[in-house]
Design a protein around this ligand. Sequence first.
Ligand code: FE2
Ligand code: FE2
Length: 378
Amino acid sequence: MASVVSKPDPRDAQLGRARVTDTDELRQFYAELGAHNADAFWNRANAIEPWEPQSRYNPTLWKYAEMRELCLRAVELVRPEDAGRRVVTLLNDSDAGRANTAVCGWLFSGLQAMRPGEITPAHKHTASAHRFIMEGGGAYTVVDGHHITLGKNDYVLTPNGCWHDHGVAADGQLSIWQDGLDIPLMNCMESNFYAVYDAPAQTPGFPADDLPLSYGGAMQPDGVEAWARPFSPTMVYRWEQVRDAIWNFAKVSDGSPFDGHIMRYSNPRTGGWALQTMGAHMQMLKGGLHTRAHRHTGNVVYNVAQGRGYSVIGGRRFDWAEHDIFCVPAWAWHEHVNLDASEEAFLFSFNDFPVMEALGVRIEEALEDKDGRQQVQA
Ligand SMILES: [Fe+2]
Ligand SMILES: [Fe+2]
């Protein structure tokens, strides 16, 4: 069985690892076990318990200039009413990515383009979703009756189990955003439900933008019913607020050696992640910054909010420009470079860190040799 074949590793010769030599008698025994839906654990142990995480996913880059054209083709070819969600899905360049409909690890991502007046019909699912707006005007989403307006580089939540529909106002502009969901994780756990609303779109039951206007700043409302849901009430994080927060942070801190000035989209009620299963960050790389390499459990999908540069992932260089998308699989070394000496670069990213933290397996390591820089493959 291909999935339990491990690469030869000299460390597996030692006491404590499976190192049984096949004999005719043992092969006969394995056949008998197989006939009973069983196997010898030592035949599989080294493969299913690797010395360190072995990602089945590869670093992959999607150029926005190319993906944008494909999104526009989808707009011409298919109506959103027929597609359900007219999304161009990003598949990791690996067998696992294609098999699991995954952008990286247990994360899904896709690009959705909508013309003025179009809607994505209302529905809900067990998977959590969030989106990053890449271009357009007049886009909105409605989450459990709360109407939320969306602008370029805004980050918006569609928490698990919430009714949601999206659209672009009739007087708006063609809008494109990146969706991120944990569909592969929900399917891996066999916990995925889906339901369609009893109308094409929800009728908003609250004033427009009531949630970000109530919960989107440093002050939290009192004297009203307390927010008791397990996700952030902010619901949308505006680009200007996010950028100003990072600029302010950068006035007083050197930031992270691995990520520059990085801030999480947080639930203001807890300080934790905005959603239960997926996290998101915005990070700023100052002009000319070249970060040190690190690696960690968890998968990260990046969208270049602004600027140009490259990232070295697993020893390979990936050049990026505005709204290019790339991913860093679990336990892959990675470092980022801003190629502009004077202008800042901003990287939006989303991840599965909340799952890693909840399970107690969020582990990180710094690259100590070569001054924290990887050898780049030719
Ligand atoms: Fe959805
Ligand atoms: Fe990282």
